[in-house]
Design a protein around this ligand. Structure first.
Ligand code: NAD
Ligand code: MN
Length: 358
């Protein structure tokens, strides 16, 4: 029996459509080659163009339309003509929060052939997974603005940490660390300066981590963590941090592993009640959009994570092997990786590698 998965594709804005189209071409090539599963892809034209016509980023029943898909394949939200807090909150964050995609998982590896801006690091010096809390914390959306435009104006963003929200993401990270070879977890906090929510974050971890005696645990303040990532990358395995802290750490991680254009992410609803969402970490990249030079590798790797999530482990591993051959041979790479290939040429080469052509 050939299994069929329903995929909702939301290319979104800027370079989003440029990379998602290439990701879909790769997925089609893989299903043709392997023949043991099918992807039924529906494309949604939501995003900033949609906003400019309809004054919203997606239809009112958008979440209902996505509800029954097996996974969501997302590009990017953000357009110079729409305020960023609207494009982000009304689409990507609306999906992550409503579908309870509480675990944002960001693998970081220095792929073969790719050089890090750090001196003296080899391919195995950077092999991390950053686990980001994805539904609350600093991005809870709680807050407000009063007396707008007046000298006495006040702006508040309130971080909201709930015991259940904190516990589930920390447990997710502890389990992930346990499942990996090195079984290490770095717990990131900022409880010296943020003395309420972050102290609760620490207390909950103290308690939970006693169940994981087999995991090698260490703790870092988030500012010190940035220096450790730069100065001692091989000491890191799994990292868990809040929504804001992990957002920042993972952009740094992406740059240290070669380029923001390579980095993938998954927004997981671990219970499986709702679809999970897969996307490259980068945004709309206004400076290069429309030029056809965006790096599609972050999207390919995200597609790989989606296949893993769907249980198509063989397809995922074929795709990852092809990505690594692509970077290792260094024949066809985009400009952010010091190559001169167009986005579509990178895809063509990857598809050749998947199909076993030279
Ligand atoms: P960005 O990730 O779009 O770009 C940062 C830099 O990295 C730019 O110089 C860009 O050219 C480069 N870059 C990013 N992706 C690349 C790729 N695939 N290939 C080659 N170079 C690449 O971040 P930004 O400039 O801070 O944000 C631009 C817009 O994207 C904003 O509207 C922002 O809100 C939005 N954004 C959306 C998401 C998302 O939807 N998940 C994530 C981040 C930013
Ligand atoms: Mn980010």
């Amino acid at each position: 029996m050939v299994k069929t998965f329903k995929i909702a594709s939301i290319p979104g804005d800027g370079i989003g459509p440029e990379v998602i189209n290439e990701g879909l071409r790769v997925l089609r090539a893989l299903t043709e080659k392997l023949g043991n599963f099918l992807l039924e892809v529906e494309v949604f034209d939501w995003g900033s163009e949609y906003f400019l016509k309809n004054n919203k980023m997606m239809p009112i029943d958008g979440l209902k339309q996505l509800r029954d898909f097996d996974a969501i394949f997302f590009g990017s939200a953000g357009d110079p003509r729409v305020p960023d807090h609207i494009s982000l909150w009304e689409l990507r964050l609306a999906i992550c929060q409503s579908f309870d995609q509480y675990a944002n998982v960001r693998p970081v590896r220095l792929l073969p052939g790719i050089s890090s801006p750090l001196k003296n690091v080899s391919t195995d010096s950077i092999d991390w997974v950053i686990v980001r809390e994805n539904t609350e914390g600093e991005y809870s959306g709680a807050g407000g603005r009063v007396h707008t435009g007046h000298p006495e104006e006040v702006g508040l963003d309130v971080s909201v940490f709930t015991r259940s929200g904190v516990e589930r993401i920390q447990r997710f990270a502890l389990e992930l660390a346990r499942s990996r070879k090195r079984k290490k977890l770095t717990f990131v906090t900022k409880s010296n300066a943020q003395r309420h929510g972050m102290v609760m974050w620490d207390d909950i971890f103290d308690n939970l981590s006693t169940e994981y005696g087999d995991v090698d645990i260490d703790r870092m303040l988030v500012d010190a963590m940035t220096t450790r990532m730069v100065l001692n990358p091989s000491s890191i395995d799994v990292v868990v941090a809040t929504n804001l802290h992990a957002d920042i750490l993972s952009d740094l991680a992406a740059a240290l592993s070669g380029s923001l254009g390579i980095a993938p992410t998954s927004n997981l609803n671990p219970s499986g009640e709702f679809p999970s969402m897969f996307e490259p970490i980068h945004g709309s990249a206004f400076d290069i959009m429309g030029k056809g030079i965006a790096n599609p590798i972050g999207t390919f790797w995200s597609a790989c994570m989606m296949l893993e999530h769907l249980g198509e482990h063989n397809a995922a591993s074929e795709l990852m092997i092809a990505i690594e051959r692509l970077t290792e041979e260094r024949k066809v790479l985009p400009s952010d990786l010091q190559g001169n290939a167009l986005t579509s040429e990178v895809t063509d080469r990857l598809i050749n590698l998947i199909m076993g052509q030279n």
